[in-house]
Design a protein. Structure first.
Length: 67
């Protein structure tokens, strides 16, 4: 939760992949972050901040499934 507080005022496009996944997993601003996460998956290479490969994709799928 501390990471979320520290990144709270960071523009979405400036967040690293780990923070986008973290916010999604915490159900924070999911509508906006889901758009950003999908864009990243389509247009950008991963930035190597995820704790494990596929963490951002897993967060996207969890939100989309309603889980």
């Amino acid at each position: 939760m501390q990471r979320c507080k520290e990144a709270w005022d960071t523009p979405l496009e400036s967040l690293n992949d780990l923070m986008v996944a973290t916010f999604l997993n915490q159900n924070i601003a999911t509508e906006h972050l889901l758009v950003e996460a999908r864009r990243r998956m389509k247009e950008q290479e991963r930035d190597e901040t995820e704790y494990f490969d596929g963490q951002l994709l897993e967060a996207i799928e969890r939100v989309q499934s309603g889980g």
